[in-house]
Ligand binder design. Sequence first.
Ligand SMILES: [Zn+2]
Length: 348
Amino acid sequence: MSRPSHTTLQQRLSEGVVLGAEGYVFELERRGYVKAGPFVPEVILDEPDALRQLHRDFLRAGSDVMVALTYYAHREKLRDVGRADDLEQMNRQAVRIANEIAAEGGALVAGNICNTWSYDPTDAVASGAVVRAQYEEQLGWAVEEGVDFVIAETNDYVGEALIGLEVCHELGLPAMVTFASVQATTTYDGYDYVEACRILADQGATIVGLNCSRGPQTMLPLLERIRAAVDIAVAAQPVPYRTSPVAPAFESLASADGLHAFPIALEPFQCTRFEMAEFAVRARDIGVDYVGICCGAGPHHVRAMAEALGRTTPASRYSPAIDLHPVLGAPRVVGQEELMGGWTAAEA
Ligand SMILES: [Zn+2]
C-alpha cells in the first residue's frame, strides 16, 4: 500500500486542528459539471480539469485534506445513470486527481465512501453484503492508487457505518466515520447520534462525528455532546446554511411560500464566510479536531475558516481589503452583528 503524504493523519491531528473541505458534488453542480438529482460525479472522467481546479481552489484556501471525489461513485449509483462500465476507471481517476493536487501543497489524501442506499436494517445480513461488496471494490482501488485514510461519511445507519469501518480495517486504513444528522435525534436505525459515534469509536474508528445535513447553529449542540462522549478525535463538517431548531437539517429548509429549498434553491439560506469562520473557532474551542465544511461550500468559506484558525493560506494573498474600496472603505454604517448575518453566538 502506498501512502501519499509525508505525515500521517494521527501526526497531523496531534499538531492541532485539521481543516477539511468538501461539498465537491454541490459546487460542481453549480459550476455545470454534475447533474442535480442523481448527483453522480461523472465529471471525474468527462471534465477532469474542472475537478482538478476545485481541488486546487480548496487547497489554496487552506484545506489540509484532498478528498477523492468518489462520493456516489459506487456500483448502485453508476448503474442508475447507465455508467456501470466506468466504475473502476471513475474511482481510480478520482483518487489519482486528488493525489496529483494534494502533492501541490502537501495535503493528506482521503479515500471516500458514503451511504449507499443499498442498506436495509430489516434485512441487515443480505443488504449488508451488498454494501460491503461496494465498499470493498471502491476502497480496494483507492488503496492501490494511494490514500492516507478514508472518510466514510453521510452515514444514515450505524449498521452501514460499521461495515465501512470493517472494510477500512481489513485494508489497514485509518477511518474517519461521520453521520448525517437528518433526523432530530437518531439515526435511521434508531441510535442516538451521540451513541452512534460512541459505538464507532469503540469499534476502532480514528475520528467520529457529523457531516452534512446540519448547519453550524444546529450541529454545534450535538458536537458538544459527542465531544463529551468519546475520547478520540471528533470531526465536524456542517453545511454552510442557516438551519435552525425549526428546520435543523437543510433537507427541511423551505421558502416562505413552503417550497422545498433543498437541494438547488438553498441560496437564501447560505451562510456568509464570517459565519463559517465563527463556526470554525467555536468548533475548535469545544474540542473538535477535524473542522470542515460540506455541501454548499465555496473556497471563500474555507479560506475564512483557515484564517480564523490563525493560518495564512496561498489564497490569503487576495483576502478582502474592504477598507481600500473608495466607498465601502468609508466609516462603517452597519454593525458587526449585521455583517455576520444577524447570527450571534448567544443565539446558538
Ligand atoms: Zn454534504
